[in-house]
Design a protein around this ligand. Structure first.
Ligand code: GRF
Length: 202
C-alpha cells in the first residue's frame, strides 16, 4: 500500500512508521510511505521525511484565500502521490470536505486520548484537568467530525499523581507509536471493511 503521512510537528509517529518499514522492508510490512505533507514549514517532521529522502509538500492555510481553497490544494497535493491510505500523524488541522470526499474511509488519525473522551487539540491536558486515572491513545478513521470516526485500536496509559501534560504525553506517545505502526501494517496487509462504527480487519 502507498501511504501519504500528514504532520504538523515533531513527527515521531512518522519516524516510527519509517523505522518499521526500513527494518521489515515494505513487502513484509505491507506498505511504504510515498510522501509527507505538512500544514507548516520548518518542522522536525519534514526534516525526518527529507532525511529518509521522501518527497514532501507544505500546504499552509494562510497561503490560500479561503479554507476551501486550502482544502482543494491539500487534496490535490496528496492525490498526486496516489495514496491507498493517508495517515494523519499529529496533523493539527481539520481536514476539509473535498479531502474527505476524495480519501474518506482511507484516512487514519491518531489521537492522544481514549475517544470518545477528550477529543480536540488538547486531549492530554483535558484528561489531566478532568482528573482521569487512565487515558491513552486512539487510532481511528477520520470522518467529518472532530475525532469522531470509527475506532480501529486503543492503548491505555495510567495517569500518575505527579503527572504534568508533557510527561503524560510522552508516555502516551510511546504507546501511540507502536499502536500506529501495528494498525497501519495490519490495514495495509490484510485489508479492511468499515461497517458503521465497526472496523473489520480481514
Ligand atoms: C501525537 O500525540 C498525536 O496524537 C498528537 O500530537 C502528537 C504528534 O506527535 N495529536 P509527533 O509529531 O508524531 O511526534
Amino acid at each position: 500500500a502507498r501511504i501519504v503521512v500528514l504532520v504538523s510537528g515533531s513527527g515521531t509517529n512518522l519516524q516510527a512508521l519509517l523505522d518499521a518499514i526500513a527494518e521489515q522492508g515494505p513487502e513484509v510490512y505491507g506498505a511504504e510511505v510515498v510522501a509527507v505533507g505538512a500544514d507548516r514549514g520548518a518542522i522536525k517532521g519534514l526534516e525526518r521525511a527529507e532525511s529518509a529522502q521522501l518527497p514532501t509538500f507544505v500546504c499552509r492555510v494562510k497561503d490560500h484565500d479561503s479554507r476551501p481553497d486550502w482544502d482543494a490544494a491539500l487534496t490535490e497535493a496528496t492525490a498526486a502521490y496516489e495514496p491507498d491510505l493517508v495517515v494523519s500523524a499529529g496533523f493539527m488541522k481539520i481536514l476539509g470536505k473535498e479531502f474527505l470526499a476524495r480519501f474518506g474511509g482511507r484516512i487514519v488519525n491518531t489521537h492522544p486520548a481514549l475517544l470518545p473522551s477528550f477529543p480536540g487539540a488538547h486531549g492530554v491536558r483535558d484528561a489531566l484537568a478532568y482528573g482521569a486515572k487512565v487515558t491513552g491513545c486512539t487510532v481511528h478513521f477520520v470522518d467529518d467530525g472532530v475525532d469522531t470516526g470509527p475506532i480501529i485500536a486503543q492503548g491505555v496509559v495510567e495517569v500518575r499523581d505527579e503527572d504534568e501534560e508533557s510527561a503524560l504525553h510522552e508516555r502516551i506517545k510511546e504507546v501511540e507509536r507502536s499502536l500506529l505502526v501495528e494498525v497501519v501494517g495490519q490495514l495495509a496487509r490484510n485489508g479492511y471493511r468499515i461497517e458503521g462504527r465497526k472496523v473489520r480487519i480481514s
